[in-house]
Design a protein around this ligand. Structure first.
Ligand code: OSB
Ligand code: MG
Length: 370
């Protein structure tokens, strides 16, 4: 197959509810949508879901635009491929830049699935008809405001809640949520905000007594030894997110016992081919995995739903319904969670139609590479 044009569209959407992590806050998002057209006139979509600023990873919307336009789109346009996985092999000569790669890679997989007339989930090796989803809740101004958010989402049918934590916003809010909602599956995510110093370690060890499913990414991405040392001290499994950019990172982390759960994000890992490889390794090693998210618009979210249908995603994923994030998403219909379950589409390709009028209304910049 051959892609003959790559359209890049920078699209902004406001969040329904502002979101704050240990590293940054946001009330609207700007993602880059990728539209591919092949030699037969077939079209497919992908999404580059990088945060605007370099506080989650080193990438930004601007670096992704540059990488996609100048390096990745030309590689794709020059390639004659038979299987979608060949594209990530061709992208490998560009170092890093996983978010930029992921948007193009996902569009290629979607094109590949539609050309075969099968759903994306089937092309990836998925088998589930629906995936279990939870919500990720940001840091709020007060514990009462947080309890209100948890209550809203539990009423919505979600049974797994992830709370963002940071030094100074950890034991107290988490304990109050635990006490108010004893039945829910609760987990926390620090986005690397802690260091191996006494105050920080004391808080992390205290969290060990609160019945959490996992503690996600307490330390900086490359601090695998610190994660391994903490894992020795606590029973709660550590889950790695930012530490795992490649399947080699996962191999290293498992060898060190730096974490016992992995958050597999298509966006962070540079696309579906790498995410499948991480999934296969986790499954072979008996490490529970789940699909993480980056507040993707409907296109990236549909891709996450598709990969979350693989058998190794044994824990609840961060693929909530569109309405948790956006008043109007870029797909028709929106993605819907009922009692925390999202149906895996059975139509060929992505399984959702892109609302091109709405995309057009919210596009702030576009470019075509051919
Ligand atoms: O660490 O998982 C994270 C959002 C922005 C940056 C980092 C993270 C997140 C999320 C969002 O937790 C999860 C979602 O898309 O629902
Ligand atoms: Mg995380």
């Amino acid at each position: 197959m051959r892609v003959v044009s790559v359209d890049l569209l920078r699209v902004t959407l406001p969040l329904v509810h502002a979101f704050r992590t240990s590293s940054h806050g946001k009330s609207s998002l700007e993602h880059i949508l990728v539209k591919l057209t092949d030699a037969d006139g077939r079209e497919s979509w992908g999404e580059i879901a990088s945060p605007a600023a370099p506080y989650y990873s080193g990438e930004t919307t601007d670096t992704c635009w540059l990488m996609a336009e100048r390096y990745l789109a030309p590689i794709l346009l020059g390639l004659d491929w038979e299987h979608a996985r060949e594209v990530s092999a061709a992208f490998a000569k560009v170092r890093g830049n996983g978010f930029a790669k992921a948007g193009l890679d996902a569009a290629v997989w979607t094109l590949f699935a539609s050309a075969q007339g099968i759903p994306l989930s089937a092309a990836l090796g998925g088998s589930r008809a629906q995936v279990e989803s939870g919500v990720s809740l940001g840091i709020e101004d007060s514990i009462d405001a947080l309890l209100e958010q948890v209550s809203l989402q539990v009423d919505h049918g979600y049974n797994r809640v992830k709370l963002k934590i940071a030094p100074g916003w950890d034991v107290d809010p988490v304990r109050e949520v635990r006490e108010a909602f004893p039945e829910i599956d609760l987990q926390v995510d620090a986005n690397g905000a802690y260091r191996s110093e006494p105050d920080h370690l004391r808080a992390l060890v205290t969290l060990d007594d609160l019945g959490l499913q996992m503690i996600e990414q307490p330390f900086a991405p490359r601090a695998l030894v610190a994660h391994a040392a903490l894992q020795q001290r606590i029973e709660t499994p550590i889950c790695l997110d930012e530490s795992i950019d490649t399947v080699d990172d996962l191999q290293t982390a498992l060898r060190l016992d730096a974490g016992r759960i992995v958050n597999i994000k298509v966006s962070r890992m540079g696309g579906l081919t790498a995410a499948i490889a991480a999934h296969d390794l986790a499954l072979a090693e008996g490490i529970p995995a789940w699909c993480g998210g980056m507040h993707e618009f409907g296109i990236g979210r549909a891709v996450n739903v598709a990969i979350a249908s693989l058998p190794g995603f044994t824990l609840t994923s961060d693929v909530s319904g569109s309405d948790k994030y956006y008043a109007r998403d870029v797909t028709t219909a929106p993605i819907v969670a009922v009692k925390g379950m999202v149906a895996v589409p059975t139509d060929a390709g992505l399984g959702f139609t892109v609302d091109q009028d709405w995309v057009g209304e919210n596009t702030v910049r576009s470019a075509r590479v051919r």
